[in-house]
Each structure stands twice: as structure tokens, then as C-alpha cells.
Design a protein around this ligand. Structure first.
Ligand code: GLU
Length: 279
């Protein structure tokens, strides 16, 4: 069964980039006689707002999008994420970290030649707490020990259909260690990071195909590694082109000027939106 999903965060208005992603996933599911699911990524409760969630439903319905199961809200699944984190802890693949953002910047201030500072998950963690065996009650976050994780979870690969040609993408250990590092899996104030939650959610919903923006292509290596470590199957991935503004910049949440609600208010039709995003 072909099953895909759209997973917006209710932290601002949906814009043309979201419309493209949602319509593409929805149209593909319908063409394939599959299912289209809607998930609300409200993991970050400090930024999620109920009125943005309501507007997501309104905008999607207006675009002609219907979803097949009840909406899954991440905020209703914190226990699932905590259980997955525990599985990784029990396998000794995590460590507790007490570094503040400033500690990480300071420790990373002596860059080594040829070693990148930033990866898809932000600044690459310099490893300060990796061997300290800190207890979780005083720390700020839990990180994946990337080296240990790779030796347990690899080899792993995923099928990518969004590039010029469908290809199998090998997840590479050296690459992950050098360009991603010890990613955050949970924070004191947040049960799970985006990477951990998305992997659990897609598996729990039986998502067979993930259709999302190309900005998440680099992070997919992390997701595939986590799937392998947690014994979850890997969906196929289609990372689509990004909708950009006139200056070539990718649209962001703050691009209210391109909010679907604004076009609606100005009298645009769903067909106009499709035309604007090239569908
Ligand atoms: N919630 C994520 C976002 O709005 C999307 C997650 C995903 O598609 O994997 O960027």
C-alpha cells in the first residue's frame, strides 16, 4: 500500500512551499490509489499554536486536500518517543550532554582544516561530554553517539526518487561522523528531537513513501540510521524541488507575503495556487 503524508509544524501560516509539498504528496497518493495522511508536527510546544493548526486544516481543505485517517499530533505521542530514546540508551548508543550553545561554540573555535563546522543538524558537536557518563538529571540534552551508532546501525541505505534518476543512497559512516556528528535526540524541555520523532511517527503510521522538500535530503541519513537502530523499516524518499522567491531564496515561515491565507483573501482560487507552484 502506497502511503504518504504531509507534516507541517503549526508555528506560522502555510505558504506556497507548503502548498506545493502538500499537493504533490496528496496528488501522488490519489494517483497511486494510496493513502494521504496529515500529521501536525507540534513537538515544540513553546512555538506551536492552536490557531495555526486550525489554519492548516482550513487552508488544506480549501486547496482540495483530504486526508485518510485521523490527524496524528506529535504532542499526543511523547511516550512513544521516550520509549524509543530508552531503547537507544539501553544499547549504549547515547550520552548525556551538559554543554550550552556557548560551550559548543568555544570548544569548536579551533577549527581543523578540512573539517566542516556545520552539518544538517547545526554546529557539529565537538565531543566534550561523550566520555563523561553524566547522569541525565543535570544535563541539557541527550545525544546519539554517532560513532557507536554507525558501527551498530550501518550498512544502511535508502531509495531516493526525487533526483534526476532514482538511486540507492548509501549512508556513509565517515560522512556521518564528519558532517553530522553526535546529533541531539532529546532536550530537557523537549521529549524528542525532530529526527527521532519523525522516524517514530512515519513508522507508527506505516508511511511507505516520504515526500518532502529537498532541504531535508541531508537529514535523511540520520533518519535511516535511526530506523536501522530501532528495527524500523525505511520508507522510500522523494525530496522535491523547493519553491523560491524572486531572489532565489527558499520561502520560510516568516514569508507571510506568500501565505496561502493571503492569496485566498485576495480572491485567488486553488487552481491559481497550483499554477503558481507549477502543478
Ligand atoms: N515538520 C517538518 C517541517 O515542517 C517536516 C517533517 C518531514 O516532512 O519530515 O519542516
Amino acid at each position: 500500500m502506497f502511503r504518504t503524508r504531509f507534516a507541517p509544524s503549526p508555528t506560522g501560516p502555510l505558504h506556497l512551499g507548503h502548498a506545493y509539498s502538500a499537493l504533490l504528496a496528496h496528488d501522488t497518493a490519489r494517483q497511486k490509489n494510496g493513502e494521504f495522511l496529515l500529521r501536525i508536527d507540534d513537538l515544540d510546544q513553546s512555538r506551536a499554536r492552536v490557531h495555526w493548526e486550525q489554519q492548516i486544516y482550513d487552508d488544506l481543505r480549501w486547496l482540495g486536500i483530504s486526508w485518510d485517517s485521523p490527524v496524528r499530533r506529535q504532542s499526543e505521542h511523547f511516550e512513544d518517543y521516550a520509549a524509543a530514546l530508552n531503547q537507544l540508551r539501553e544499547k549504549n548508543l547515547t550520552f548525556e550532554c551538559q554543554c550550552s550553545r556557548r560551550d559548543i561554540e568555544t570548544a569548536a573555535n579551533a577549527p581543523q582544516e578540512g573539517v566542516p563546522d556545520f552539518g544538517p543538524d547545526g554546529r557539529i558537536y565537538p565531543g566534550t561530554c561523550r566520555t563523561l557518563a553524566l547522569s541525565s538529571n543535570k544535563t541539557t540534552c541527550t545525544r546519539l553517539n554517532m560513532k557507536a551508532a554507525c558501527s551498530t546501525g550501518l550498512p544502511a541505505s535508502f531509495i531516493e526518487t526525487g533526483l534526476d534518476q532514482t538511486s540507492s543512497q548509501e549512508v556513509n559512516i565517515d560522512d556521518l561522523i564528519a558532517t553530522v556528528g553526535d546529533v541531539v535526540l532529546a532536550r530537557r524541555e523537549m521529549t524528542a528531537s525532530y529526527h527521532l520523532s519523525v522516524v517514530i511517527d512515519d513508522a507508527a503510521c506505516g508511511v511507505s513513501h516520504v515526500i518532502r522538500g529537498h532541504d531535508l535530503f541531508d537529514a535523511t541519513r540520520i533518519h535511516v540510521l535511526l530506523q536501522s537502530l530501532l528495527g524500523l523499516s525505511t520508507p522510500e524518499y522523494h525530496h522535491h524541488r523547493l519553491i523560491r522567491d524572486e531572489d532565489g531564496k527558499r520561502l520560510a515561515k516568516r514569508d507571510d507575503a506568500r501565505a496561502i491565507a493571503k492569496y485566498r483573501a485576495e480572491g485567488a482560487t486553488p487552481q491559481d495556487i497550483r499554477a503558481m507552484v507549477g502543478l
